[in-house]
Design a protein around this ligand. Structure first.
Ligand code: SAM
Length: 325
């Protein structure tokens, strides 16, 4: 396995500054994928005029948003400001969703800060036209915490709908082994295994079968700090949209929703405020088109640009990434 890590770019200012000139999108610009028609915008999720340019006349069947959870951002946004900020991009999203559509929100509940912002977002959502449908928990393998509390390993995902959108049940790879739960069907008692539509267990609202992304996995994108597993996003896309339909993601980062859309035959319009994450998102799609690979494992999207760089600040940040890996 190649060992060429990149540190989290939000904590590597020298590398970040070096990469900005290589980004093909400047703030306000939009790239369109010539092969599948996806769009990536270096845009602000809370700007109605910027999102209007992204969308044109199109509406989407599904939105999958994964905003910053106000954990790192807590210093510059109070909780009230954070909730108001969420309300703005949710209102914009609603304007571009089909009459029958779904919205998924990835969120955090910080147990060191009154579980914010999850409950506050849930209460805010009650004042919108979205119907609450499910509260999913994905289990992470790694977490945070101390020896004096339960380690935090959960990742929250809220599912809302407008109108009456399609929903296709999804199945895990876990074999059904219990024959119990008898139900009467056509006057005959039938067990779980006879009744089932699949030999494997249906995904419920606790996802314990999804591996958190780490550097040994092909889909890993070094430099990113909040990458979601492709398996989770593909599960959402396959449950709540059909091939050919349009999916939105206003917080692209490593471009997972875009890649999941490509792999499942959907189209995706996605934005990120930061040109570096827009470039990573575009390069990840281009790499997939060229090689079929879903990420860089322990290499990274800017290895050509950083090869042979002698700047001591950059060398120090790269050395730190090696120690961490
Ligand atoms: C939690 S990450 C998303 C992770 C993504 N789901 C993935 O799998 O890679 C949040 C992203 O939102 C971006 N962001 C923050 N504020 C934004 C805004 N106002 N508009 C658009 N993007 C924003 C950040 O730059 C960051 O890349």
């Amino acid at each position: 396995m190649i060992n060429n890590p990149l540190p989290r770019l939000d904590r590597a200012p020298a590398i970040y500054a070096k990469l900005v000139p290589f980004c093909r999108l400047k703030p306000g610009e939009i790239w369109q994928d010539p092969l599948s028609g996806h769009r990536v915008g270096c845009l602000n999720a809370t700007s109605p005029t910027q999102i209007a340019r992204l969308m044109g006349q199109e509406t989407a069947r599904l939105a999958v948003h994964d905003p910053p959870y106000n954990l790192a951002a807590f210093e510059f946004r109070t909780l009230d400001q954070y909730i108001e900020w969420c309300r703005e991009w949710i209102e914009i999203t609603r304007g571009y969703l089909d009459q029958d559509s779904s919205l998924y929100l990835w969120l955090g509940a910080d147990q060191t800060a009154d579980f914010q912002p999850l409950p506050d977002v849930m209460v805010m959502m009650r004042r919108t036209p979205f119907q609450a449908r499910s509260f999913i928990t994905m289990r992470n393998q790694r977490g945070y915490g101390t020896q004096t509390n339960w380690m935090a390993v959960r990742q929250e995902l809220l599912y809302y709908t407008l109108g009456n959108p399609p929903f296709q049940p999804q199945y895990t790879e876990i074999p059904k082994t219990l024959g119990g739960y008898y139900k009467k069907i056509d006057d005959e008692f039938k067990g779980n295994l006879e009744r089932g539509l699949s030999p494997t267990i249906r995904a419920g609202n606790v996802w314990f079968d999804v591996q958190q992304v780490f550097y040994r996995m092909e889909e890993n994108v070094n430099g990113c700090y909040a990458q979601k597993p492709l398996k989770a996003i593909e599960r959402i896309l396959q449950a709540s949209s059909k091939p050919g339909e349009l999916v939105l993601d206003f917080f692209a980062h490593s471009g997972t929703t875009l890649l999941a859309a490509e792999r499942t035959g959907r189209r995706c319009f996605t934005v990120d405020l930061d040109p570096v994450y827009c470039e990573i998102t575009i390069r990840r799609l281009e790499r997939f088109h060229a090689t079929g690979k879903t990420g860089w494992q322990n290499d990274h999207p800017f290895s050509a640009e950083l090869a042979g760089v002698k700047d001591p600040a950059i060398t120090a940040e790269l050395a730190y990434a090696e120690q961490e890996a």
